[in-house]
Design a protein around this ligand. Structure first.
Ligand code: PDD
Length: 285
């Protein structure tokens, strides 16, 4: 497996960063995950915009040309590794390696840029069955709009889900469903598709954005409006969305069935529209 690190392509085993890298010491960096199918990157411009914004918010100085290069680097890795089917490309940029100080290192410290492309098996069997999720308190910081590599609460939440034999953990803050450990959350309530509005407390999920666009094209009743945890028993359908899952039905929350306990019609309609949209992007439809 060939990867990219700081301007060079190399075998994955040779890709190492100094122990003084601020990603290692402080989680001081951002990342993004892009889907590809048939060697085509899907919605890459939206991912480039999101990482650009994250870098800007964290004041990590990676030039616009270096950010734009992530597209070509990703395509080179997909090609060189012969990754032709469903795959993800992972980008990570940290503030670089420097003697440990909490404040920023001296200006001129080069950010660390790492890219890897890997095949993925999409969770089609789980999608047919529907997933189980648990709810956990949202103990994260108040800038979850930044896709930071600081993922400790997400790691702990996901492990709690795995320990409970569930597939995902949903963060609840002040009685409101925010998003999940690595995905955005939707519910159908009173016949209306709902998801939390964009604030600094959730990630602006790209799959979420596409689902909202598709739902509006399909003229489904739709509202970016908080979903209260206490309303979950009334939800007729729920699903979560992410680059690696597309649209994943939720059929159980904390052991209680949602709707009929099977993936619902609106979720299926959204998935069909989404798959068509991806197919259209990669030219298979
Ligand atoms: N996670 N919310 C959180 C907290 C996430 O980590 C993610 C994605 C999403 C969905 O965003 P998108 O639709 O742009 O993938 C929402 C990625 C896949 C990850 O951490 O691996």
């Amino acid at each position: 497996m060939r990867v990219y690190l700081n301007g060079r392509y190399m075998d994955a085993e040779q890709a190492t960063v100094p122990v003084t890298d601020r990603g290692f010491l402080f989680g001081d960096g951002v990342y993004d995950v892009v889907r590809s199918a048939g060697s085509e990157l899907i919605e890459v411009d939206r991912h480039l915009r999101r990482i650009t914004r994250g870098l800007h918010e964290l004041r990590i100085a990676l030039g616009a040309d270096r950010i734009a290069e992530l597209r070509d680097i990703s395509q080179t890795l997909l090609r060189d590794n012969h990754v032709e089917g469903d795959a993800i490309v992972y980008w990570q940029v940290t503030r670089g390696a420097a003697p440990r100080t909490h404040q920023f290192p001296p200006s001129g410290t080069a950010p660390t840029v790492y890219v890897i492309a890997s095949p993925i098996a999409l969770p089609h069997a789980l999608r047919r069955r529907g997933s189980s999720v648990i709810t956990v308190p949202d103990v994260r910081w108040s800038r979850c709009d930044i896709k930071s590599v600081n993922l400790l609460p997400n790691v702990l939440a996901k492990q709690q889900a795995v320990d409970a034999e569930a597939d995902e953990a949903i963060f609840v803050r002040n009685g409101v469903i925010m998003e999940a450990a690595s995905s955005s959350v939707f519910a159908v309530l009173d016949g209306e598709l709902r998801t939390h509005p964009l604030t600094t407390a959730i990630l602006p999920g790209i799959t979420r954005e596409i689902v909202l666009e598709l739902a509006s094209e399909l003229r489904l009743p739709l509202r970016e409006f908080p979903i209260l945890a206490q309303d979950v028993p009334r939800a007729t359908e729920m699903f979560f969305t992410s680059t690696v899952n597309d649209i994943m039905p939720i059929v159980r929350v904390d052991g209680r069935s949602i709707g009929t306990g099977r993936p619902g019609p609106i979720t299926q309609q959204m998935y069909t529209a989404f798959a068509e949209r991806i197919g259209a992007v990669v030219g298979t439809h």
